[in-house]
Design a protein around this ligand. Structure first.
Ligand code: PDD
Length: 286
């Protein structure tokens, strides 16, 4: 059984019900977070809650809970579920309107929903081989910085990869790298780690921040700047990063090898630092 939280109630996920008039269902009018927990401890919880706050503000919604109340709910969810490593899904929608009207309704309570799933990070064999990706034109809207549940474009783009037996779709807009359909993308070129700066064209990834912090702290050469599509196609290494995939090398792009076609030394180094950092944070209590 999987325990979820819906509007103040703890219940079996299979029993949870939301109205079809919920604006999340009708309009994709809501926001979300995916937060990893390792050995029952949440990783970068406050950073995720800060991003949630930012997204809510950007779409004109009040935050239904103070930071400390969110922490309590998320921690209790993890305690109530059985798996040591979990991926917490948190969603807030603008709630249930009386009629279907695009305009935000007044005085409606938001719908707050959290569930958890076992977190299965890529295994050693997958990391050793790396994964294959395809590329596509980034046809999403101009507010990709918002972690909105309106993910149809991301689903369509990820499906392109799935249908070719690939793990991710690397997105380009006007000749520049943006991100992956559900991950941030890093590039290694001539010994330098490259990643595009945060903008309205990409999600400000929590893992993106961790990777850049580690690069800075460990002295790995890196540049945050626009990355050309040609640079991605001639990269020595390509990585996808996210809360669930951590740091995962992409070793094939559009059926061609990336670099030597196997994970590069900088990916291995960063993966090691990431694991050490995770353990240190967990030892301190998450
Ligand atoms: N996706 N970019 C996009 C479009 C994403 O959907 C994600 C994460 C990321 C990485 O963000 P973070 O490092 O904060 O996980 C970048 C989550 C995991 C999802 O939708 O399931």
């Amino acid at each position: 059984m999987s325990v979820c939280y819906l509007n103040g109630q703890w219940q079996d996920l299979a029993d949870a019900r939301v109205s079809p008039m919920d604006r999340g269902f009708l309009f994709g009018d809501g926001v979300y977070e995916v937060i990893p927990a390792y050995s029952g401890r949440l990783f970068r919880l406050d950073e995720h809650l800060r991003r949630l706050e930012r997204t809510l503000t950007a779409i004109g919604m009040d935050n239904p809970h103070a930071r400390s109340a969110w922490r309590d709910i998320v921690r209790e969810l993890v305690e109530r579920n059985p798996w040591p490593d979990q991926s917490v899904y948190l969603q807030v929608t603008r709630g249930v309107g009386a009629v279907r009207n695009h305009v935000y309704p007044a005085g409606v309570a938001p719908t707050v929903f959290l569930m958890s799933e076992p977190l299965v990070a890529p295994d050693a064999a997958t990391r050793a081989a790396g994964v294959a990706a395809v590329s596509a034109a980034d046809f999403r809207w101009l507010r990709c910085d918002l972690k909105s549940v309106s993910l149809l474009a991301n689903c369509m783009l990820k499906q392109v990869a799935a249908e070719k037996g690939c793990v991710e779709t690397v997105l380009f807009r006007d000749g520049f790298l943006t991100e992956g359909a559900a991950s941030s993308i890093f590039v290694v070129l001539d010994g330098v780690l490259l990643v595009p700066p945060k903008s309205h064209l990409m999600l400000p990834g929590i893992t993106y921040d961790v990777v850049l912090e580690l690069a800075r702290d460990q002295g790995m050469p890196h540049q945050v700047r626009e990355v050309l599509e040609e640079e991605v196609r001639s990269a020595d290494e390509l990585w996808m990063t996210s809360s669930t995939k951590e740091v995962l090398p992409i070793t094939r792009l559009d059926d061609r090898p990336v670099g030597k076609g196997k994970p590069g030394p900088m990916a291995e180094q960063m993966y090691g630092w990431y694991q050490d950092f995770k353990e240190a944070v967990m030892r301190r209590g998450g």
